[in-house]
Design a protein around this ligand. Structure first.
Ligand code: FES
Ligand code: FES
Length: 874
């Protein structure tokens, strides 16, 4: 293990600080080069101290890099090195072991972490407060102090539980990992809490170089010339590569191969995240600085930034494509016009949702290392490492056997790491140089490059009879998919499918368009089109309920799907759909109680498919192997990104094999052919559990012999495309949820959210609750505050984490989760999937509650709170 030479030596300026800075790190005197831009860079890049994570340096807005400077918790990326001189710096590595373990056990026992990326910083902040106040530390106080931190996964509920537990002085005892249905700790929870389990940017290998990307200055411009000579001559720079150096395919893409790895001279840029060159240097700082020396001449073109205008424009937004219409999804059944004309009540309304940034806390990072056999080993945090392997091999122009990809569980993704970000450019550099190369995006680059949640304009016509029974729905949707396809066509297809929510509608007519523009790319994001559609449909339900004169709850009760009913695109629903009504019934008494108490109350009901469906043949595999050293390897095909798929795999192995969870190593890499596309569509738990269970059963049937790969498979190859057969099974399973939002009737402040979720079977109820809490937090932000707009140039107008207006801990109301288990037929253990449904009903429920406050119907997201929150701390 070595560290690249510090960047500072190459960039020192006259009059700058002395050459070296000395301070005491974790009780030990250290001296570092003075040229680091901040303390965090010195810790991570020169001293190899990696528990403080870099989520946003140098902006100081995520809290992931929190350390103690003397006895005060501070974000290290905001501490100039000169300020650290002579001071005591303490990171988690330097905290006493018994104390470290107290925090680690508390977070593990409470389920206080998911991807874990934010947690080491939060632990340091918590330590500062617990040291000061002990068991007098109030939960609200701690929430306020966490204002300098972001967690995108947990909703903070279980983080605060864990900190309260430590502050109380009570001993946390995370139980052993148990079988299916047990509340054991997350796989590797304690190492994650302490920052000991590395993410890609924490990896160091001998001889490692650093890469940085030169992005375009224009979202739509012809590229005339890319001049690299100045950059090549810069201190520390080893090489600069452009598209001309790509030996294989220029373009990649999960579905359409339309996304250039780099735009060549003579080509045309299509969005603000296009890459023009990759600079490789001895240090990260040298690489970054040299990107500015890559000079590019352009022929700027007018970007197309409005989806409706792009549809009508003769200009083609995206280089190498022929039309701005990416896809059209449509279906109809029944006579909508006749049904609407006979309806007692009709609504016609336009809804509009916003573009949203995932804001996973770990920016994208890739490490590519030449193999001794002449191949290349790539460490990726992507959501489909087999897709990464195939695409990297195609870009290099080599066979797949020469590229292996290993998953390093990432620091959050939520759909935003399905497409490759910097994997291909990093692999190319390592391949051409024959040396290990790492590339980690800055927060700003991450914002520019990866796909977002689609903004969708939706026009709805809906009717019901005088008792409130739905008669017909017509929906027209136009989604701005940005430049490259990603999975935009599938998102708009899913929005179309979910247009009528979990309701029985006799006549339906839906059309949904995905449109290419020069705006930021939109693709997969938790909910995948279902959120947008159901915000509109829930709005329709509440407006109709008002016309009928019944409550929102009653309106939903009268229309909710029952087994045997036909769902939107025509699927006859199975017994699993009883979960929708069960969720509604669970919340009924709470809904009435809150209304009687004079609260402003909104309810939302939603469904979200699990699995790809639509006729796609889904086959996933897993391998169980008993090793000679007594350990049991469980290999599966899904990306761990905080949702807990590794824990699910482990618990299934414990359930089926009766082994101790501590014996199990969970591995995802391309050494076996286990891949089945992206970890998407809430299917990892369902499919993965099925494959691991079957692998375990194969092992048991054969006596669990040592060093044998026992393979298991789970198939869902019996779904249909819309219109393929009379009674299609479009999706094999759905998750269902009802959410109750209770607000102050005067201020509109949200006081509580109660979320009833039918997950079929909770493999680990603690992890399930955490998923829902995190989703509700994300859903409240989606409803009220978050957006990621772009300007007339196609560039995002928000460039920092803080500007996204993600809700901070003190602004998150109490979230109560009720897990419902209505088993899914034909699914392992009855599992339905929970990854995405969590925020599907939230925005609709918030809109209904706010309508009770001021009588205004809201049809555009974000809605903004009735009374804006106070200034954000930190
Ligand atoms: S990396 Fe320092 S606050 Fe985000
Ligand atoms: S656990 Fe907090 S960001 Fe993932």
């Amino acid at each position: 293990m070595t560290t690249a030479p510090p960047a500072a030596a190459n960039v020192e300026q006259p009059g700058a600080a002395p050459d070296a800075v000395a301070f005491v790190l974790n009780g030990r005197p250290v001296t570092v080069s003075a040229g680091h831009p901040h303390l965090l860079a010195a810790l991570r890049e020169e001293l190899d101290v990696t528990s403080p994570k870099d989520g946003c340096s140098p902006t100081g807005q995520c809290g992931c890099c929190t350390v103690m400077l003397d006895d005060k918790a501070q974000v290290a990326c905001q501490i100039p090195l000169a300020k650290a001189a002579g001071r005591r710096v303490t990171t988690l590595e330097g905290v006493d072991e018994p104390e470290r373990q107290r925090y680690a056990r508390a977070f593990a026992a409470c389920g206080g972490l998911q991807c874990g990326f934010c947690i080491p910083g939060i632990v340091m902040r918590a330590k500062a407060q617990v040291d000061k106040k002990g068991n007098g530390l109030a939960r609200q106080d701690m929430a306020r102090h966490l204002g300098a931190h972001l967690c995108r996964c947990t909703g903070y509920v279980k983080i605060l539980d864990a900190i309260e537990l430590v502050a109380s002085g009570r001993e946390a005892l995370p139980g052993p990992a148990g079988g299916v249905g047990s509340r054991g700790p997350r796989y590797q929870a304690e190492a994650l809490a302490l920052g000991d389990r590395g993410y890609i940017d924490d990896l160091r290998v001998p001889g490692m170089l650093h890469a940085a990307l030169r992005l375009t200055d224009h979202a739509r411009a012809g590229v005339i010339r890319i001049e690299t000579s100045q950059a090549v001559a810069a201190p520390g720079v080893v090489a600069v590569f452009t598209a001309a150096d790509i030996p294989g395919d220029l373009r990649v893409g999960i579905i359409n191969k339309d996304w250039p790895v780099m735009v060549p001279e003579g080509g045309r840029t299509s969005y603000a995240g296009d890459v023009l060159a990759v600079v490789v240097a001895e240090s990260r700082q040298a690489a970054r600085e040299a990107t500015e020396l890559v000079k590019v001449s352009y022929e700027p073109l007018e970007p197309l930034t409005d989806a409706v205008a792009a549809l009508a424009s003769p200009d083609v937004a995206v280089w190498g494509t022929e039309s701005n219409l990416l896809s059209r999804s449509a279906y109809a059944r029944g006579d909508v016009d006749a049904a609407l004309s006979k309806s007692a009540h009709v609504v016609h309304e336009r809804f509009e949702t916003q573009r949203v940034e995932h804001a996973f806390l770990e920016p994208e990072s890739t490490l590519a290392v030449p193999r001794p056999d002449g191949g290349l080993h790539v460490y990726s945090g992507g959501q489909g490492v087999w897709d990464d392997r195939d695409q990297v091999a195609a870009v290099l122009g080599v066979g797949r056997d020469l590229v292996s990809v290993e998953l390093v569980s990432n620091g959050g993704a939520f759909g935003g790491k399905e497409d490759m970000s910097n994997q291909a450019q990093t692999a190319l550099a390592a391949w051409l140089l024959g040396r290990p190369v790492k590339c980690t995006l800055s927060r700003e680059e991450s914002f520019l490059m990866h796909p977002k949640r689609h903004p969708i304009r939706m026009e709805y016509w809906a009717g019901c009879d005088r008792d409130g029974h739905l008669t017909a729905v017509r929906a027209r949707m136009t989604g701005d998919s940005g430049a490259y396809a990603s999975v935009g066509m599938k998102v708009l297809e899913r929005a179309a499918g979910h247009a009528t929510g979990p309701y029985r509608v006799p006549a339906v007519d839906v059309e949904s368009l995905a449109v290419r523009t020069n705006n930021p790319i939109c693709g997969a994001f938790r909910g995948f089109g279902a959120n947008q559609a159901q915000f509109a449909m829930e709005g329709v339900m509440d407006r109709l309920a008002e016309q009928v004169g019944i409550t929102g709850w009653e309106m939903r009760k009268r229309n909710v799907l029952h087994p045997g009913d036909r769902w939107g695109p025509g699927q006859v629903m199975d017994e699993g759909c009883a979960g929708a009504e069960r969720c509604l019934d669970v919340l009924g008494p709470r809904y009435e109680e809150a209304r009687r108490a004079g609260k402003a109350v909104g309810i939302g009901l939603g469904l979200k498919n699990s699995g790809l469906g639509n006729g796609f043949k889904e086959v996933t595999r897993a391998v169980v192997r008993f090793r000679g050293d007594g350990r049991v390897e469980v290999r599966h095909g899904w990306t761990e990104m905080g949702q807990g798929i590794h824990t699910v795999a482990l618990q299934v192995a414990v359930e089926e094999l009766g082994i101790d969870g501590d014996q199990v190593d969970v591995i995802v890499d391309t050494s076996r052919e286990l891949g089945q596309g992206q970890t998407t569509g809430s299917r990892g738990t369902l499919m993965g559990a099925g494959a691991v269970r079957n692998a375990c059963q194969a092992a048991k049937a054969d006596g669990c012999r040592l060093e044998v790969d026992y393979q298991g498979e789970h198939r869902v190859d019996w779904t249909h495309k819309i219109g393929e057969v009379d009674n299609p099974v479009i999706h094999s399973a759905f998750g269902y949820a009802a959410q109750l939002v209770i607000a102050d009737p005067e201020s509109g402040d949200i006081e509580r959210v109660v979320a009833a979720h039918d997950v079929g079977r909770a493999v680990n109820p603690t992890l399930c609750e955490g998923q829902v809490e995190g989703s509700v937090h994300m859903g409240l932000g989606y409803a009220l505050t978050e957006e990621f707009p772009s300007d007339e140039r196609g560039f995002p107008t928000k460039t920092t984490l803080r500007s996204l207006n993600i809700l901070r801990p003190k602004d998150v109301p109490p979230i109560e989760v009720v897990l419902v288990e209505v088993p899914q037929p034909r699914s392992p253990y009855g599992i339905k999937g929970v990854g995405e449904i969590g925020l599907v009903p939230t925005a609709g429920a918030v809109a209904a509650a706010l309508h009770e406050v001021d009588g205004q119907w809201r049809s555009t997201l974000p809605m903004r709170p009735v009374r804006p929150a106070g200034p954000v701390a930190g």
